[in-house]
Design a protein around this ligand. Structure first.
Ligand code: UDP
Length: 247
């Protein structure tokens, strides 16, 4: 039974889980213990009553650009379709991990794969969310040459999510690469314009511009720190938030 203990900062959240969330550090492939850990964090979020859609990445299995650069024998478009298919593999793993711990889910794919996933249908997706189901969105946008960041930004707008949350391995957005400069500053909050003028890396460029144009806030945080997804949903200062405010 859902218990709403603290006020939610967001009612509907689009969470982007990159492929690296599905594997052990730099190992690639899928680790069910990692997927289970993420699933437990997601359960904690859903129990607060937040509506959650998740866009899965696929980089733990294959990224189209890298894969096609390695061989003349594969066309870039084919490699990107392979990448999109990889996101369905991750989606299936996440779906079972969530259902295993009692979280109701639906898997929707932008690439038709009727025996394992529903097709992505915007209105149906929203209906699932309203019923408290986690909707896992796989297959990216269904079109090659872009990334799942772009899928996350587009889907967030379609389903009228309040925020795009990008779970990564870094603690947020820094003025410089913190691995190269230990004095780099992490921004709690930064405007879209400042990200652009300082040429900071947040999401892929298309995704970022889409969020900026439609004023969809982006929150970046480290998924490896336990409880971070929940803290972000509750509006606690975790990671960095990019929005239209220039306070
Ligand atoms: N991809 C694509 N179209 C999309 C989304 C993804 O062609 O709309 C392909 C692309 O090749 C990408 C791969 O799927 O590299 C896996 O997605 P991504 O690289 O975004 O995964 P992540 O980096 O989040 O793990």
């Amino acid at each position: 039974m859902a218990q709403q203990s603290k006020p939610l900062a967001y009612k509907r959240v689009l969470l982007k889980l990159s492929g690296e969330s599905f594997c052990r550090d730099r190992q690639g492939g899928i680790s069910m213990s990692e997927v289970t850990r993420i699933a437990e964090e997601i359960r904690d979020v859903v129990e607060q009553g937040v509506e959650l859609a998740i866009v899965c990445g696929g980089g733990n299995i294959l990224r189209g650009k890298q894969f096609s650069e390695g061989s003349d024998a594969i066309k870039p478009a084919t490699a990107h379709y392979m990448g999109m298919t990889a996101t369905v593999i991750n989606g299936l793993a996440l779906q079972d991990a969530l259902e295993h711990i009692g979280v109701a889910t639906r898997l929707q794919s932008a690439i038709r794969m009727d025996s394992v996933a529903e097709p992505f249908i915007r209105r149906r997706c929203i209906r699932h969310l309203e019923k408290g189901r986690v909707v896992i969105l796989a297959g990216g946008t269904g079109s090659p040459y872009v990334t799942t960041d772009t899928a996350a930004a587009l889907r967030a707008r379609e389903i009228e999510a309040d925020v795009v949350m990008k779970a990564t391995k870094v603690d947020g957005i820094y003025s410089e690469d913190p691995e190269e400069n230990p004095h780099a500053i992490r921004y709690d909050r930064i405007s879209f314009q400042d990200v652009l003028s300082q040429r900071l890396q947040v999401m892929d460029v298309q995704a970022f511009h889409h969020c900026m144009e439609h004023n969809i806030p982006i929150q970046i945080f480290n998924f490896q720190k336990s409880g971070n997804i929940l803290r972000a949903v509750l509006g606690e200062r975790v990671g960095s938030i990019v929005d239209g405010d220039t306070e």
